[in-house]
Ligand binder design. Structure first.
Ligand code: NAD
Length: 379
């Protein structure tokens, strides 16, 4: 089995799909690994480290893909890459299929079997393969670091000979994987932390991390979690009550970090222009949902916007990529854990069990067809 690891072509993507540790493991499965030269450069992994781990280095994507049965990527292959991948080969990546049905069709037509890591079911067996969690956790950490860097004051309370500096107040909106890590990070950095979410289960989680929970805890709140563990889209009435509660609270915060998402829907609007304007000059908002429409009014993807009153709205994109080395290393392990389940160790070849629930949930294209139930043409 020959595995190709490509250099990501999207300029906003510094991560890489394999690191020397996982290259060694793939070789341990009896495969040959070919890494495109420079694939790890932006994630702090020079070609020499891949070579030392046993990989061959290829001068181009074409050379890396020649004869490859399995292609490892961070992002979906583009048209140029699809043209170079051999028919019948398998690609495992973050495929981002929603809204990209044409690209999915192109992958099918190229005869490439694709698997979307982000569709991995969130069940115990697949935790080790959960790229949403591994990357969101880092994004939550980095959001606090980015917020702190833009904030012109220190975070912890300091008692100095020149006087006492108060602790910064940080408010986390949305307490999923990213939000929980943001709370933990902000606490470690000495801030006074509050957090909100619409799922009741988060109250205890927030409090167990030493932060204070702020939320409208009405009947709708008690029902706000889906059986899958995600948030429902809240009613206009709830959103109004939430906005009333949050309004006074936000005005007193130094840093606000928003992470709220609803599967398949645009990100909920949680912070209005009026709320931003109510914050003190020098305060910072970090919107981790900016790529999905944003939680904060005025947030712009890829920009740090300073509004009239001197409040900054940070809208970095691909936040896990801002920790490219750590993010790559965790992503590469997630990928290996999944690929390992699809390899016949005796035959040293891919032997996909098409009935496996992990395979069914993530397989998008197979044998020239788009096979995933969520992407079938509407009758
Ligand atoms: P997510 O990225 O979909 O959303 C982030 C958070 O935003 C969620 O906590 C959500 O409740 C919150 N939110 C949505 N609308 C909101 C609003 N109007 N106001 C305030 N907050 C709002 O979430 P996630 O990080 O993917 O986590 C989703 C769930 O999956 C959680 O229950 C988590 O514990 C669970 N999970 C399970 C596993 C597993 O393997 N079993 C792994 C990871 C996560």
């Amino acid at each position: 089995m020959r595995i190709a690891v490509l250099t990501e072509t999207d300029p906003i993507e510094p991560r890489v799909a394999a690191v020397p540790e996982t290259v060694k493991k793939y070789i341990g499965l009896g495969s040959e690994v070919v890494v495109q030269s420079g694939a790890g450069a932006k994630a702090g992994v020079p070609d020499a480290e891949y070579e030392a781990a046993g990989a061959k280095i290829a001068g181009s994507a074409e050379e890396a893909l020649s004869g490859a049965d399995l292609v490892l990527k961070v992002r979906r292959p583009n048209a140029d890459e699809l043209g170079k991948i051999q028919k019948g080969a398998t690609v495992v990546a973050i495929m981002d299929p929603y809204g990209h049905e044409d690209e999915l069709k192109a992958a099918a037509e190229a005869g490439v079997n694709t698997f979307a890591m982000e569709l991995m079911p969130r069940i115990t067996r697949a935790q080790v393969m959960d790229v949403l969690s591994s990357q969101a956790n880092l994004a939550g950490y980095r959001a606090v670091v980015d917020g702190a860097a833009e904030y012109g004051r220190s975070l912890p309370m300091m008692m100095t000979a020149a006087g006492t500096v108060p602790a910064a107040r940080i408010f986390i909106m949305g307490v999923g994987v990213a939000g929980l890590q943001a709370i933990a990070t902000a606490r470690r950095m000495g801030a006074v932390v509050t957090a909100t979410d619409v799922r009741p289960a988060t109250k205890e989680q927030v409090e167990s991390l030493g932060a204070k929970f702020v939320a409208v805890e009405d009947d709708e709140f008690k029902q706000a979690e889906t059986s899958g563990g995600y948030a429902k889209e809240m009613s206009a009435e709830y959103q109004k009550k939430q906005a009333e509660l949050v309004k006074g609270h936000i005005a007193k915060q130094d840093i606000v970090i928003t992470t709220a998402l609803i599967p398949g829907r645009p990100a909920p609007k949680l912070v209005s222009e009026e709320m931003v304007a109510s914050m003190k000059p020098g305060s910072v908002l970090v919107d981790l949902a900016v790529e999905r429409g944003g939680n904060v009014a005025g947030a712009k993807a890829g920009e740090i916007v300073t509004v009239g009153n001197g409040v900054k709205i940070v809208g970095h994109v691909n936040v896990p990529g801002r920790l490219a080395a750590t993010a790559s290393s965790l992503y590469a392990r997630n990928l290996y854990a999944f690929v390992e389940t699809m390899v016949d160790k005796e035959a040293k070849a891919l032997a996909v069990n098409w009935d496996d629930e992990l395979v069914k949930a993530t397989n998008l294209t197979r044998d020239g067809q788009v096979v995933h139930p969520n992407f079938q043409p509407k009758a």
